[in-house]
Design a protein around this ligand. Structure first.
Ligand code: G3P
Ligand code: CA
Length: 238
């Protein structure tokens, strides 16, 4: 791929889930480095806002599962969060740090987890694109919170969005088209030929999370999906 752009969307996209969290502590710089080393075309990460307003990269809204801290991320200052161990001595990274570290080596899927993340994420992407070396297609912004995603799309019409869903919606991919999404990001247990075909018919890509078993990776390829989120990018890389 040309460094500053999204990888070729016509080929099967390998997306490193929370980096390469099958090998390294999830959502840490070490995990993103590992994903790139293992051939991921894109890295996926989760974003929350902390009490002092910074965007931090962590999956849960609480700290217990992935760090040695406790309580809600949204109630902690950045200094409090930075003092924690996010696994193997890694720190909870700022979104800005991950974007800088990944650079043009892989595209970035930013999942809006926390409330109020749409605006600041848009600002960060625009600053990054503005500073050169990137195209807006370097980024894909997604969320299960379709209202937050719609807010993002309202603020920023240039950056592609992925509509996350767990389950099969009554209208198949219609909800994602309504959001103006570039992609449907669907859960593995709910992928059907009909759902994939409907997304494609509506002009969208179809990405599937989280696909770790080699049999499922092969099955997804055969079904014609456009890419997968995986904890083990090496299993899906050619
Ligand atoms: O974006 C795909 C996947 O990350 C969504 O689920 O819970 O791992 O954030 P989760
Ligand atoms: Ca995620």
């Amino acid at each position: 791929m040309k460094g500053s752009e999204m990888p070729n969307m016509d080929s099967f996209l390998v997306i490193g889930h929370r980096g390469a969290c099958g090998y390294e502590p999830e959502n840490t710089l070490r995990s993103f480095e590992k994903a790139i080393a293992l051939g991921a075309h894109m890295v996926e990460l989760d974003v929350h806002r902390c009490r002092t307003g910074e965007l931090v990269v962590i999956h849960d809204n609480r700290l217990e599962r992935t760090t040695n801290g406790s309580g809600y991320v949204a109630e902690k200052t950045l200094d409090e969060l930075r003092a924690l161990d996010a696994g193997g001595g890694e720190r909870i990274p700022l979104l800005r740090e991950v974007v800088e570290r990944v650079g043009v080596r892989a595209a970035i899927n930013i999942e809006l987890k926390g409330a109020g993340t749409a605006g600041p994420v848009s600002e960060l992407i625009e600053r990054t694109v503005g500073s050169g070396g990137y195209d807006t297609s370097h980024f894909l912004v997604s969320s299960f919170d379709h209202r937050e995603l719609a807010r993002f799309a309202e603020i920023n019409r240039r950056v592609r969005i992925g509509a996350l869903v767990e389950g099969v919606p009554l209208g198949l991919a219609a909800f994602a088209q309504e959001l103006g999404a570039f992609a449907v990001n669907a859960g593995l247990d709910f992928v059907t030929d009909e759902f994939v075909a409907d997304a494609h018919r509506r002009g969208m890509r179809f990405f599937v999370y989280t696909v770790n078993h080699p049999e499922d990776i092969d099955r997804m390829r055969r079904m014609g999906v456009d890419g997968i989120f995986t904890n083990y990018p090496d299993r899906a890389s050619p």
